[in-house]
Ligand binder design. Structure first.
Ligand SMILES: Cc1cc2nc3c(=O)[nH]c(=O)nc-3n(C[C@H](O)[C@H](O)[C@H](O)COP(=O)(O)OP(=O)(O)OC[C@H]3O[C@@H](n4cnc5c(N)ncnc54)[C@H](O)[C@@H]3O)c2cc1C
Length: 436
């Protein structure tokens, strides 16, 4: 802990000025703190939870393959694997059949429970030279100098306020970002017309083996994700018109939902080891990822419908992009605000196309012709399935997903399918093969 002076106003001013004050020690904040410190920055990592083992319970923790390079750069991949994290291949049910059952060697991400991941990440950040971890401190205000953010005011558990001056403040404080509220500024909100419930199970046998399963039921969606500790997470995200059914009898509705799935798991034969958790309101929220002296990473910048399991991966990635765009300016006395503007543009370039499509899908509407084309081709053709997977894994962007070549192949696959007059392939064998 750094030395501190008491100032007249009851606030305690840290004598030490930091290069970076990161608010929030979860995925985005720990990634940013670790990578900034490795570049030589002095980092204050501020977390409102006093317990270093605290974790985000409301998450189904399917980490997309797009985040694996960041996870590897952090040195986290071997730790995740040692802790029993699962390399997460996915097979997806659609009305045209299963996607991905026959595609081998697809890029993988990880399934790892947040109760395992969050303390691991926090330990990594806190043990990185240059990071001063400050648990049990909650960011309450921003310090401003000459119209620019110049640090953060935190309150400790005894109710005392501390000023933490820093050249750069990083808001990694999640979807309800207090820093964003204090800073003001534009925010875009798009409705999400599905709700989510999920629970953890032991001894749940899946026909897909260790692969995750996803059911696209138009409009309802469900998943099973095998995780570390022999625990499988089962989640459903139905359209909101079904909410009264779940409110009336949560456990009954949840189990019935899975019993009705093609090749669904038999929840009643497994042991539920968590309560059934859920979120009824989860609108899509986005805001510009930087302004002078202040950057937003992870959910604080962009919180997309959890249906597509992108938030954890984008929390890792956005923190890495921030460090890569700003560390040099921050540490070599360069133009930090210009570097922050570069980060803002990069964040928008990489993620806004994905986010727009996700927002549109959250409205709950019939599939559009492009979705019908790409889903059906992916269910009928391995090459189209690989392409589809690369998009769902957020390895490629919207433009590449809908490139003339990819759309041309999808049209050809469907034309060939129609010409052969084949019956739709049964879903059973595809999933059974995926499980081998
Ligand atoms: C139901 C549901 C299911 C999901 N499933 C998936 C999934 O399968 N895959 C996926 O990739 N994503 C999923 N997500 C999204 C994922 O949980 C988030 O995108 C991810 O946790 C974002 O990480 P973060 O570090 O930005 O923020 P968070 O994990 O929310 O962390 C914010 C941190 O900031 C701290 N904090 C907040 N305010 C303050 C303050 N004032 N002062 C100090 N500290 C503060 C908090 O204590 C916390 O540690 C899901 C979300 C929901 C709701």
């Amino acid at each position: 802990m750094s030395a501190e002076d008491t100032t007249g106003g009851g606030r305690i001013m840290s004598r030490e000025a930091y290069d970076v004050a990161v608010v929030g020690a979860s995925i985005a904040g720990c990634t940013a703190a670790t990578l900034f410190a490795r570049e030589g920055a002095r980092v204050a990592l501020i977390e409102r939870h006093a317990d270093p083992n605290a974790y985000k319970a409301l998450c189904t923790h399917y980490i997309q393959p797009c985040a694996v390079p960041t996870i590897e750069r952090l040195g986290l991949a071997p730790l995740i694997e040692e802790a029993g994290g699962i390399r997460n291949g996915l097979v997806m049910y659609t009305r045209w059949g299963w996607i991905g059952g026959d595609a081998e060697d697809l890029p993988y991400g990880y399934n790892i429970r947040r109760q395992t991941l969050d303390p691991m990440l926090r330990g990594l950040a806190a043990s990185t030279p240059g990071v001063e971890f400050m648990p049990g401190r909650s960011a309450r205000d921003l310090i401003r100098e000459d119209g620019r953010v110049a640090g953060v005011v935190v309150r400790d558990r005894a109710g005392e306020s501390h000023e933490i001056p820093a050249r750069l403040v990083v808001a990694a404080d999640g979807r309800s970002s207090r820093i964003a509220k204090i800073a003001g500024g534009p925010v875009e909100v798009a409705p999400n017309n599905r709700f989510a419930y999920f629970a953890h199970y032991r001894d749940l046998t899946l026909p897909s083996g260790s692969r995750s399963q996803m059911w696209m039921l138009e409009p309802d969606v469900a998943y099973t994700f095998p995780n570390d500790g022999g625990v499988t997470l089962a989640a459903c995200m139905p359209a909101k018109e079904r909410l009264p059914e779940f409110k009336e009898d949560l456990e009954g509705a949840f189990v019935r939902f899975f019993e009705g799935l093609p090749l669904g798991p038999r929840l009643s034969e497994a042991q539920r080891v968590s309560r059934i958790m859920g979120v009824v309101e989860q609108a899509n929220v986005s805001r510009p990822a930087a302004r002078p002296g202040l950057a937003f990473v992870g959910d604080a910048a962009l919180c997309s419908d959890p249906l597509w399991g992108v938030g954890c991966g984008w929390a890792f990635q956005s923190a890495e992009w921030l460090v890569d765009e700003t560390a040099e300016a921050l540490l070599a006395g360069g133009d930090l605000d210009r570097a922050l503007e570069r980060y803002r543009r990069r964040h928008r370039r990489e993620l806004s196309g994905h986010h727009r499509l996700i927002c549109d899908f959250s409205r709950v509407r019939p599939y559009n012709p492009v979705e019908r084309l790409m889903f059906s081709a992916a269910a009928r053709d391995n090459r189209s399935a690989r392409h589809f997977h690369a998009f769902g894994a957020r390895i490629i962007g919207v433009r590449e997903f809908l490139s003339p070549r990819a759309v041309g192949r999808a049209l050809w696959v469907n034309a060939r399918h129609a010409a052969r007059g084949r019956a739709k392939p049964g879903p059973g064998p595809a999933v059974a093969r995926a499980g081998r």
